[in-house]
Design a protein. Sequence first.
Length: 97
Amino acid sequence: MNKKMLMLLGLSVILFLITGCADVNIVTPCLIGHTYGFWGGLWHGLVLPFSFFGQLFSDEIAMYAINNNGGWYNFGFWMGACIFGASGTRTVYTKGN
C-alpha cells in the first residue's frame, strides 16, 4: 500500500470515528428549538455527504435543518457543500494534444 492510500485510509477512519459520536436522537428537539443561521448552514453543508449516508440507513438523521432562518442558512449550506466538493477535485492542464 502506498503512502497516499495509507493516509486516505487513516483520514477515513478518523472521520468515521468523529461522526460516530453524533447523537441521532436530536431531530425532534431541533424542530422546536434553536433556529439555524449561516454558521449552522455552513456546518450542515460540510457534513452533507456523511448526513446523506446516515440518512440512507436511519429515518432519524436529517440532511437539512427545517427550522432555519431562510436565505442565510441556505447560503451557508451551499457554501459548505461547495467547500467539501471542491476539496476533492484536482484539475490537470495539458498543453496541446
